[in-house]
Design a protein around this ligand. Sequence first.
Ligand code: NDP
Length: 460
Amino acid sequence: MAGYDYDLFVIGAGSGGVRASRIAASHGARVGICEDDLVGGTCVIRGCVPKKLLVYGSHVSEDVEDAAAWGWTIPEPSFAWATLRDNVQKEVMRLNGIYKTLLKNANVDLVIGRGRLMDAHTISVGERVVTTDKILLAPGARPWRPSIPGAELAIVSDDAFHLPELPKRIVIVGGGYIAVEFAGIFNGLGSEVSVVLRRDRVLRGFEEECRDHVQAGMTTKGVRFRTDTELAAIERDGAGLVAITTTGERIATDVVMYGTGRIPNVAGLGLEKAGVLLDKAGAVTVDEWSRTTAGTIYAVGDVTNRMNLTPVAIMEGHCFADTVFGGKPRKPDHRDVPSAVFSQPQMATVGVTEAEARRIFPKVDIYAATFRPMKYTLSGRDQKTFMKLVVDAASDRVVGAHMVGDDAAELIQGIGIAVKAGATKAMFDATVGIHPTAGEEFVTMRTKRPDPAPAAKAAE
Ligand code: NDP
């Protein structure tokens, strides 16, 4: 729109912001974007991507352990944290370069610095002031840590990628995605890992049996859990630290890491100057079109705290750009979003859990299987795979699919298409399996679990 420097100015060059700016520009909008860090956002710079590379790296220890069963003699292995850490950072910097090139090729102006709203059409970025017709807020979220004595001695996941050395011992606080993923990474790399969580089990909100399988699998691999407790304080102890729990236990450690959730990155954005309101959790309030309470300002991604996943932020950003600049109105669809936790063992899920299904549908059929995958038959590794299908009995539709085990994320991505498409259990049954795979179990489960007793059902 004439009169403004830009048609769209985006705050935050992460997954949602970059996608929205590129698509808006492809629809002919004049677009600028600001970022005060590397380009790529949490996922690329200090989240999903470097984390998954560390997961791959940490898996090698098991492969080496199992090698003898396949006839391989491998000399005593040794691990150099600095090599893995630096290689991962090289890849992060490569991706940062690719993101910059993507923006340049899309004719999106990148302005380095933190954006601050001055009013609904004016943004300052460092010394520079830009005017714009529309604004997209995509600043993401940042780690949050409880304020206990000594909390400043702990690290968060951002710091874990840059540790000068691999800790011999690490205490990880929390039982969510980040806590279990990093517990698996450090355990696989050889650290002694203790997880302190305030619940009885990890991964609240996920399928109950999957939670059991993940926690049991992690325990088998050597992770120690302190459940139903929290950290009361962290103290220095010589060169190390002591993590003191509310139950009075003192855990000697080298590093304490918080994985206690993330909060929307709204501090200092000047939202009040433009009439952008926040919800009770401190996230930017948006409607189903990602529009904030200030009509020309939109928000996508973790700052809106809808579903804090990269592909969801990308979907929201793309829908926003198509709607506002492409003449193709599209709302993001947050139903049946598949997701994975790259814990070890890995977990992935799509659709509703059994407990949720029992609240929604009058009758639910459950199919489940637990088995040792072929890969571990020769080595005898004690690692089971678990799969579960949740079916609405009235329509025969598969409304939930859950898995714990190797390649769960890869498998559930495909199953996610079937669930999204509304496939019935009969269609799963009519699909021929690929043999021998773990995935064939999803199309060969024929034995329905007996319905739970009425008392157990009522308790759910
Ligand atoms: P989560 O919300 O997943 O987990 C937070 C954990 O910290 C929970 O176990 C929570 O316990 C616990 N907790 C919260 N407050 C306290 C407290 N005061 N004292 C003790 N424990 C506390 O957050 P994460 O930081 O793990 O991850 C943030 C988000 O990032 C995730 O929600 C997810 O959306 C995204 N993410 C996605 C990944 C993926 O897709 N693979 C990977 C990593 C992150 P309780 O359950 O009792 O509330």
